[in-house]
Design a binder for this molecule. Structure first.
Ligand SMILES: Cc1cc2nc3c(=O)[nH]c(=O)nc-3n(C[C@H](O)[C@H](O)[C@H](O)COP(=O)(O)OP(=O)(O)OC[C@H]3O[C@@H](n4cnc5c(N)ncnc54)[C@H](O)[C@@H]3O)c2cc1C
Length: 468
């Protein structure tokens, strides 16, 4: 049985952040994930916004980790060589919402958000030309940003692997035992042992606590549905929120890193892993979005998707069980994506105070995937000369070449599924959603993974694309 200093359960953004924080400090860590790839829970389907921090109630964990996380993101993205769009965010309202915006401004100032300011109608409509006519006033948060949540998570895992950590996918933890020295953590097929365990299992976090004999908490699940628009309809340049209510941040319009616009999310109570999108959700988005921006062209919708928030009371729950070496994170809903690096920093510091040994470690830097679209003509020509696969376009919509796909297949955390490749280098992400390129992509994957095409899945067993 392999022995580690720390075992992290759950490879969403929180688990991946802890994994990266530990491995950069020379700690031998293992990241255990039940799915066949990382970033498969809440982390794969959210608004991708690094929140500035005006929304959480002051003096809560949400406020503390939101602010620190938002400070950490720019340098973290630069270290990981992933993009971040530092565009700021806007909350907009009609004149009747002035008091609400003022309240939000004051809360933000209390939380320590830098640069917040109220913007009046004329300047506001110059900043964003597609705001709804009724919008008179806005709160601008310059430190708000947009990232690709799954790519950041993947990059953190890759960095952890390059720095000595191990990621075990298809490792659904179903047993945790404690002997004198260590915890033994088991899936149906395999066991590992570790001195420290951190539960970052999102929807599955209560079950993990139960296995470790730690307390469980009341958990609610709230679905957020989205409409994704084609790149040709890029009608906002930063996230545009309505005034938040007790139900959440509301339906927003936000650009993605790659130039699409997302509309959503809804906030509908649901079963733990229900990511379906239905007519009620779509109608809600259509009804509410026009309160902030002009009516989008719905002919430009290329995809519907949903993510599930795990809510446990009003704040994050981050604790250590009974002075043991078992730590847990529960109810990491929004702004969990933003807060994740700060949660990781805090947890690792706590473990160090409780006996975890770190070592001097020279960072092995993660390299970005080559993106042929961003290369100069000269560089692209030289690359194609060296490897002609970079000259063969597979995905026409996103202009992704065979070389880029093969490079992802050989990356430190080798993806095994179509979704895995898609989240790394974007084939099938565009207007045709794989209608044209999927057969080619499957062929390339089968050749490089050395398995029959019939065994290629979208996202794991049971989602095979071709019939045997
Ligand atoms: C609709 C929506 C919009 C959001 N928008 C934003 C936003 O714009 N900005 C922001 O800051 N936050 C946002 N959030 C919140 C953010 O997405 C979450 O806080 C964050 O992704 C939680 O990460 P996590 O690592 O805790 O959980 P997850 O990403 O769910 O990861 C948990 C992992 O644990 C694994 N797991 C579960 N059980 C087991 C087991 N037994 N063994 C092994 N592995 C297991 C799961 O498969 C999963 O991969 C949003 C959330 C939603 C749903």
């Amino acid at each position: 049985m392999e022995n580690f200093e720390v075992a992290i359960i759950g490879a969403g953004i929180v688990g991946a952040s802890v994994f990266s924080e530990l491995t950069r400090k020379g700690v031998r860590a293992v990241l255990l994930e039940k799915e066949c790839d990382v970033a498969n829970g809440s982390t794969k389907a959210n608004s991708g916004i690094v929140h500035a921090g005006y929304d959480p109630v002051p003096d809560t964990l949400k406020a503390k980790f939101n602010i620190r996380g938002s400070q950490m993101y720019p340098s973290m993205c630069s270290r990981l060589k992933v993009n971040i769009l530092q565009c700021g965010t806007l909350v907009v309202a009609c004149e009747s919402g002035r008091a609400g915006l003022q309240e939000l401004l004051e809360r933000g100032l209390k939380n320590g958000v830098p640069g917040l300011r109220i913007i009046e109608r004329e300047e506001l409509h110059q900043m964003e030309e597609n705001l709804a006519d009724c919008i008179d006033i806005g709160l601008f948060a310059p430190t708000g940003a947009v990232i690709s949540p799954y790519l950041v998570c993947i990059a953190l895992c890759e960095e952890g692997i390059l720095n000595g950590g191990i990621v075990k996918t298809e490792f659904g933890v179903c047993k945790i035992e404690k002997n004198e020295e260590n915890y033994v953590i088991s899936s149906e097929k395999e066991s590992v042992s570790a001195k420290f365990v951190i539960n970052c299992a999102g929807v599955g976090a209560n079950k993990i606590n139960e296995l470790a004999g730690a307390p469980t908490f009341d958990m609610k699940h709230v679905k957020g549905e989205y409409l994704l628009l084609d790149k040709s309809h890029g009608f906002v340049s930063r996230p545009i929120f309505p005034l938040p209510t007790a139900a959440g941040k509301g339906i927003l319009a936000t650009p993605t890193l790659h130039g699409n616009v997302m509309l959503g999310p809804t906030a509908i109570p649901c079963e733990p892993e229900d990511t379906t999108v239905d007519e009620t959700g779509i109608s809600q988005i259509k009804e509410k979005i026009v309160l902030s921006v002009q009516e989008p062209n719905y002919k430009k919708v290329i995809k519907l998707f949903a993510g599930v928030r795990v809510v446990s009371g009003d704040d994050f729950i981050i604790d250590r069980f009974n002075k043991t070496n078992f730590y847990y994170t529960i109810g990491i809903c929004s702004p969990g994506l933003t807060a994740a690096p700060a949660i990781a920093e805090y947890l690792v510091q706590k473990m160090i105070e409780n006996g975890l040994k770190t070592r001097e470690h020279k960072l092995v830097v993660r390299q970005a995937y080559i993106n042929t679209e961003t290369l100069s003509k000269k560089k692209l020509k030289a690359l194609i000369k060296k490897d002609p696969a970079f000259g063969r376009i597979v995905c026409r919509c996103e202009k992704i070449t065979e070389g880029e796909i093969i490079q992802a297949l050989n990356s430190p955390l080798r993806p095994k599924t179509v979704d895995g490749i898609k989240r790394r280098v974007r084939p099938t992400m565009g207007r045709c959603q794989g209608g044209f390129c999927l057969p080619k992509l499957i062929k390339i994957m089968a050749e490089n993974l050395n398995i029959p095409e019939e065994e290629i899945t979208l996202h794991g067993l049971g989602s095979e694309v071709l019939k045997k």
